[in-house]
Design a protein around this ligand. Structure first.
Ligand code: FES
Length: 182
């Protein structure tokens, strides 16, 4: 083997080495890109599949079965900031925020009722003394209007309340059409 042929073989071997290195690089680059894409896909899937926070203020809240609430009952959902009231006309969900200056209004089960559905029970605002009956209608004090309502729907026998404040219904008086029939 002469020197020229030897150089030729070495050069050829060098080119082959470079080709192998390049193809390895491309393979690793492809695997790296595919791996990164898979990780991103898995992260997106995890977010999609993760159970959303339910039952708190601002979300859709399933309060319970229609049969869980007696006519005249007032049930507080503290985290979701509303009272579910079952009336003869259906369900209403009262936003617990006083329509005067926004204090949280407690339900007073033992106080004399302001409506005809029961002998006791009403809302007393601790801040400036507004009083509301179980329909959320103002009976005394500086509040300018009844308590606001959250939309209620009945889904598969369950009472569902939309507690997004943007959906709250402001009203001037009691209107039976505001109640959702069971
Ligand atoms: S905040 Fe309720 S009466 Fe003033």
């Amino acid at each position: 083997m002469d020197v020229i042929e030897l150089n030729h073989r070495q050069a050829k071997a060098g080119i082959l080495d470079m080709q192998v290195t390049r193809s390895r690089f491309l393979r690793w680059a492809f695997l790296g890109t595919a791996g990164a894409a898979l990780v991103q896909l898995a992260a997106a899937l995890a977010i999609f599949l993760k159970p959303q926070k339910m039952g708190t203020f601002g979300s859709m809240v399933t309060a319970g079965g229609v049969g869980d609430f007696a006519v005249g009952s007032v049930t507080r959902f503290q985290d979701a900031r509303f009272y579910l009231v079952r009336l003869p006309e259906g369900f209403i969900a009262l936003y617990q925020k006083c329509t005067h200056l926004g204090c949280t209004i407690p339900w007073k089960q033992q106080d004399t009722s302001e409506d005809t559905l029961a002998a006791t029970g009403r809302f007393n605002c601790p801040c400036h003394g507004s009083i509301f009956d179980r329909y959320g209608v103002r009976k005394a004090g500086p509040a300018p209007r009844p308590l606001d309502l959250f939309p209620v729907s009945i889904v598969d026998g369950k009472v569902v309340v939309n507690t997004d404040p943007k959906t709250a219904i402001l009203r001037d008086a009691w209107n039976p059409n505001h109640a959702t029939k069971a």
